[in-house]
Design a protein around this ligand. Sequence first.
Ligand code: ZN
Ligand code: ZN
Length: 377
Amino acid sequence: MAKRDFYEVLEVERTASDAELKAAYRKAAMRWHPDRNPGDHAAEAHFKEINAAYDCLKDADKRAAYDRFGHAAFEQGMGGGGTRGAGPDMSDFMSDIFDSFFGGGGGQGRGRSSGGRERGADLRYNMEITLEDAFAGKTAQIRIPTSLACEACSGTGAKPGSKPRQCATCGGAGKVRASQGFFLMERTCPTCQGRGEVIDDPCDVCGGAGRITKERTLEVAIPAGVEDGTRIRLSGEGEAGLRGGPSGDLYIFLSLEDHALFQRDGADLYCRVPIAMTTAALGGSFEAPTIDGGRTRVKIPEGTQSGMQFRLRGKGMPILRSKDFGDMYIQAVVEIPQKLSRKQRELLEAFAAEESEANHPESTGFFSRVKEFFGGA
Ligand SMILES: [Zn+2]
Ligand SMILES: [Zn+2]
């Protein structure tokens, strides 16, 4: 049975937000839960389908792969088959930082034409960058072990000077027919494994695979303003195709390192700044760091409370593909002094004796509400 579209299963638009997905999943799961439909096998199957769909779509990476490749994104194992031609250490490395969205040439490869040409697999490269890099943009050099078309045989897999010959078993079709009882069955040609041609004299360099694994250095331009989860597609930089097929694409998946000073929310930055109690009470100013490496003077008014925010317009992150910038918010965290000296304690006690309700409108208001709550006057 053909698999149904995941979005269809959950009855949501392809553009549904994570919250919409979750809501749709909950609703559907409640309705089709086996406990609510005892003995109903169709409901049970549907419930499984809902779970599989939500499992995939709730994960941003899986959803991206599914959006691009459909169910094919998950049907074949990660890491590809023997056609990669990579040594064991190399393939370990590859599976470490790359996930092949679909297998290399395991036999039922996608996009195969009758000539045996096969598109190379798309590759994924995970890159972690700093917030400063995301602010300024950068050119990163990455080294990727990937398979390239073998130069010695121009990707044909046959020794230079020789040519692959048409498969005699299938006549180049890649498929053979056999009758089984009343039926005429078509299956992959056992002689050429569906390629339609046979290599008598394999190329020494690639062993007949038509591609070899090499480490390449690529330059990746990371534009200013990228966010956690941004994907950059480098068309044609993925795995080489087989027997003259086109190359796959390379996807750079960016993730942002946490920053010691700034938290990011879209284009805005937040910076929590501890402020001495006295400065908060009396007012004052201090120097705050900015993401461009500079500093800026921030004035705070007298009576500043913990949690107050001060906006610095245009001091946030650049907005991708525009000349605009977000804002930076300074969040005041008032610090109460600790380890008081005797003199300080005396001064504070004298201060406390002078305090009035007007100094503390919040707590005065709160405690009068508490009184009302207990029925007092
Ligand atoms: Zn070769
Ligand atoms: Zn054949």
